[in-house]
Design a protein around this ligand. Sequence first.
Ligand code: HEC
Length: 159
Amino acid sequence: MDKSEADKVRTEGVPVWRSLGAALCLAGFLLGCDSYSDIRATLSPSDEARFSRGQREATACWSCHDVTGSALKVGPPLGGIMGRQVGVVPAFPYSDALRASNWVWNEETLDLFLSAPQSLLPGNRMLSAPLLDSRRRGDLLFFLSRVSGEENGPNSAQP
Ligand code: HEC
């Protein structure tokens, strides 16, 4: 093959390697290593332990939510949840309960919601168990506030 053909193969090969990379990342996540090393690097050892505990708590949310990104699952994406108004992801079919609320999600409102998802915004469709332990909620919110701030939400410029 001549040089231009070789270039073509090399360029076309890139997406394959990208998706392989994504698969490896996922495998890495499942095995317990992850891509948050840049965030971890900014944390003190005790905060890093807290971050890891929060990350483990968040595995309960992944089944219904894209916790850090913008994909729609059974639940709306949580990427950028901190500082976001309740019920505003355009393509998600929210219940009237969430659509009608004009709260903003922050550590306080999320703490209330997760401790009693059904009693706080009555009629909402989040059928997950309440997280009764306040320390575990704190860990989860610590994690969320670092991986799902406004800057990495669906409306951000990031891909
Ligand atoms: C069984 C599926 C399920 C699980 C598990 C679940 N959720 Fe949800 N969640 C939903 C659904 C469905 C909605 C939308 C509810 C509605 O429209 O009434 C929702 C809504 C939300 C909202 C409101 C989002 C917005 O855009 O206003 C937040 C915040 C949220 N969930 C956080 C969490 C967190 C954090 C966890 C993990 C502790 C979790 N959820 C676990 C299904 C789930």
